[in-house]
Design a protein around this ligand. Structure first.
Ligand code: 5AD
Ligand code: SF4
Length: 419
């Protein structure tokens, strides 16, 4: 959207409250993400009163939810534009309409259109880039709103992805992260037998230094993809593989379509192919009626896998999903207590993931000066470990340097730049 706005002549502002156009690109995955948006809208209301020419737009996943759009229309009449995830390419038209009519412009499509290639883009970094490879999700996990807000799986054609990556390489980019709600389902909707694993092999040949990808679904993570992680030098030895729960009954009610054993089999195969791989995950605690015993199975799985990081969440009820209708006997207090116990294990995993590199030399793609102290720079190692080291040489930004790890912390590691 920033790219589209720049092509219309707008410039990116660092001061949203004093901008001509303010777009709130929203997330609906959990209730607290939405709460933040209602808070920001409250602040914008006052600004809009002082500056009626300011255009306020709200877009992304929240407008795809009927309840949220109704609330926006009923209680936030100062909002000029409301548009959903499938209307983004129409942004110039929507802004034009808002200026012209001075009345609210609402456009929320329930079905997705085709993927627009070659839309203008703005990239935040000059050495790292996100590359979308597919949109939407067909998994329908019972707690999750994404299939409703993002629509069905649509993959970009491989030739478009490969040429985008080749162009990034020729512009000096070092690292790409392939993006999709379920990248392992890449290509299924195109009806060809070209899979995500094939794409990894092809992208490895473009000369890009580092490839990462997110997010994977354990059921769809296949042998070819795991093999590509072992074979392709550019595919980094880190995998984010959301497990959600370690209990077979909960996994079934979540509609995750794998068991504890299926997940462990994939983890063991990955460790066989990429022996020093770092694995991180997503976990939900307090799914409706989750018992202490079921929660214990999640803790057991964490200990068996040895996750080196996780995003952990308390289950959040999303209207319109099947889980929202499930009765729930577990108290909020109990859910918070479980989250605390889980995080103790996860945080120890973060630290262990740094401890294992002490004394070793890691390759760090330098992002810039570190907030950790004067004369410090930072970047991420191949295993996606945030690494700080002493240097004030700005010419290192965007370069890959060797760093000897000296000190492991919970959230990062410290090392010395090798000559
Ligand atoms: N409540 C809590 N966490 C959720 N996630 C998705 N939906 C919900 C929900 N309703 C988490 C999952 C997913 C991550 C992106 O967000 O763990 O992997
Ligand atoms: Fe949501 Fe991920 Fe499940 Fe898709 S695979 S429904 S995005 S949790």
């Amino acid at each position: 959207m920033a790219g589209i706005l720049e092509s219309l002549g707008y410039k990116l502002s660092s001061d949203p409250m004093n901008s001509d156009v303010v777009l709130l690109n929203t997330c609906a995955i959990r209730e607290n993400a939405e709460q933040r948006i209602w808070g920001v809208l409250g602040q914008l209301k006052g600004r809009k009163r002082e500056n009626p020419d300011m255009i306020v737009g709200i877009c992304g996943c929240m407008p795809q939810e009927e309840n949220a759009t109704n609330k926006l229309l009923e209680s936030y009449d100062f909002v000029d534009i409301v548009f959903g995830t499938h209307n983004r390419n129409n942004l110039p038209e929507l802004i034009y309409q808002a200026y012209l009519t001075k009345s609210k412009v609402v456009e929320v499509l329930s079905t997705q259109g085709t993927i627009l290639e070659n839309a203008p883009k703005v990239r935040e970094s000059k050495h790292k880039a996100w590359v979308n490879i597919m949109f939407g999700c067909d998994e329908f996990c019972t707690y999750c709103i994404v299939p409703y807000t993002r629509g069905r799986e649509r993959s970009r054609h491989k030739d478009d992805i490969i040429s985008e990556v080749k162009e990034l390489v020729s512009n000096g980019y070092k690292e790409i992260t392939l993006l999709g709600q379920n990248v392992n389902a890449y290509g299924k909707d195109l009806g060809s037998d070209y899979t995500f694993g094939d794409l990894l092999y092809d992208l490895d040949k473009t000369g890009i230094e580092r490839i990462r990808y997110t997010t994977s679904h354990p059921r769809d993570l296949d042998e070819k993809t795991m093999q590509a992680m072992a074979d392709c030098k550019s595919v980094m030895p880190h995998l984010h593989l959301p497990v959600q729960s370690g209990d077979d009954d909960i996994l079934k009610i979540m509609n995750r379509k794998y068991t504890y054993d299926d997940y462990m089999t994939k983890i063991n195969r990955l460790k066989e192919l990429v022996p020093d791989i770092s694995i991180t995950t997503d976990i939900i605690v307090g799914f409706p009626n989750e018992t202490e015993e079921q929660f214990q199975n999640t803790l057991k799985l964490c200990n068996n896998v040895g996750f080196e990081g996780a995003f952990t969440f308390i289950y959040s009820k999303r209207e319109g999903t099947p889980a929202a209708k499930m009765p729930d006997s577990i108290s909020e207090e109990e859910k918070h207590e479980r989250l605390t116990r889980l995080n103790q294990i996860i945080n120890a995993g973060y630290k262990a993931g740094h401890e294992r590199f002490v004394g070793k030399v890691v390759e760090v793609l330098v992002d810039g000066p570190s907030k950790h102290g004067d004369d410090m720079m930072c970047g991420y190692s191949s295993h996606l470990k945030l690494t700080h080291f002493k240097s004030s040489d700005m010419s290192l930004i965007g370069k890959t340097v060797k760093v000897k790890v000296t000190e492991p912390k919970t959230w990062f590691m410290i090392g010395e730049l090798c000559e």
